[in-house]
Design a protein around this ligand. Structure first.
Ligand SMILES: Cc1ncc(COP(=O)(O)O)c(C=O)c1O
Length: 350
């Protein structure tokens, strides 16, 4: 099938030209491996500047590795991670967190739009049989921003969740596979949305938003950082040519490129959503970032596929559309034209 509109995933997009150029610029001379190079040193200072907090950065190749390794360092093996029941760590990472966490449990909580609420977190922690060895002990709350359904937590919401968790001695992890999209959807600074809101460790996504092959763990907690030095190595994520990972991340964060790329992806989702509303199609939640889960009329998914629109089918008539830094107006116009044609044919047939 010739693809005329790419709406499967933000990782189906290519590499942002700025980042590819940065890799090419880093490709000269020699330098020490495993993060002993100047670019990785620059990455650490840049992240501390961007998040306005002392931080240690661990580039890893996937968001799954970032989540699993971060959480394994934040909780004991008998611990539990609280998260939304549809959180990527629970639903889509093949129990990587439990494996790297030595059996660490994941406890899914309900909530609209894949967002957890302070009320449910509070209730869960209040009802926990603390000190009972028959029950895993909650140690970390993991929050995904933007959420798996494209909803966004405000900095106030993240702060309230982290404060609730802290009252029970539970720390907060943020799955920021799409943190840039969450920031671009709000007026929050990176610091306000994370460390200042009470997040101790962050999985910082980059590949879904223009990088080639790297995400990162950003740790604001020196005790967690000390463990991650060994945990990343043992898991095979201490890249020997780390300078090329760091070069991607430096360029990503420098001069706000990550936020500009995400703002484009979000704007394209807003454009798509405005078009979809014309047909009154129900979505799980109104998209605030760059993804939407929407119910299409019968047969419409087939029409879209036949017309070269790429997307994922979910349950029943529900499909997922994702925009990226590379999504063009022409792609969205094409998809909307196909849907409009399908709806018009349906109406004509009565
Ligand atoms: C919210 C979220 N977290 C983590 C990940 C994991 O990223 P990766 O596929 O790079 O392991 C994804 C991937 O889709 C995601 O959507």
């Amino acid at each position: 099938m010739t693809i005329r509109a790419e709406l499967r995933s933000d990782n189906a997009a290519a590499i942002a030209p700025e980042i590819l150029e940065a890799i090419a610029r880093a490709n000269s001379g020699s330098s020490p491996g495993y993060g002993g190079d100047e670019t990785t040193a620059r990455l650490n200072s840049l992240v501390s500047e961007v998040f306005e907090h002392e931080a240690q950065v661990f580039p890893v190749t996937t968001g799954t590795a970032a989540n699993a390794l971060a959480l394994s360092a934040m909780a004991p093996p008998w611990g539990a991670v609280l998260c939304h029941e549809e959180a990527h760590i629970l639903a889509n990472e093949a129990a990587a967190t439990s494996m790297f966490g030595g059996g660490l449990a994941l406890h899914g909580l309900p909530g609209v739009g894949a967002k957890v609420s302070p009320v449910v977190v509070e209730e869960t922690l209040r009802e926990t049989p603390w000190g009972d060895p028959h029950n895993s002990q909650p140690a970390v709350l993991s929050v995904t921003n933007a959420s798996e359904y494209g909803a966004v937590y405000t900095q106030g919401e993240v702060g309230e969740l982290a404060a609730t968790a802290r009252r029970f001695g539970v720390t907060t992890h943020l799955d920021g596979a799409r943190l840039a999209n969450a920031l671009a959807a709000t007026t929050s600074t990176p610091a306000d949305m994370t460390c200042r809101a009470g997040v101790s460790v962050l999985s910082l996504g980059a590949t879904k938003n223009g990088a080639m092959s790297t995400d990162a763990i950003v740790s604001f907690d020196p005790e967690v950082s000390a463990q991650l030095v060994y945990r990343t190595k043992r898991a095979g994520h201490a890249a020997s040519k780390m300078r090329f990972h760091s070069a991607q991340l430096v360029r990503y964060l420098e001069d706000g490129l990550w936020l500009r790329l995400a703002a484009h992806a979000n704007a394209q989702m807003a454009r798509l959503w405005a078009g979809l509303q014309e047909f009154g199609l129900p979505a799980v939640v109104q998209p605030q970032a760059n993804l939407v889960f929407v119910d299409l009329p019968d047969g419409c998914a087939d029409s879209l596929e036949q017309a070269g629109v790429a997307f994922y089918r979910m349950r029943g008539r529900q499909v997922r559309f994702v925009t990226s830094f590379a999504t063009t107006d022409a792609e969205l116009d094409h998809a909307l034209t196909v849907i409009r044609g399908h709806v018009a044919r349906d109406r004509a047939l009565g």
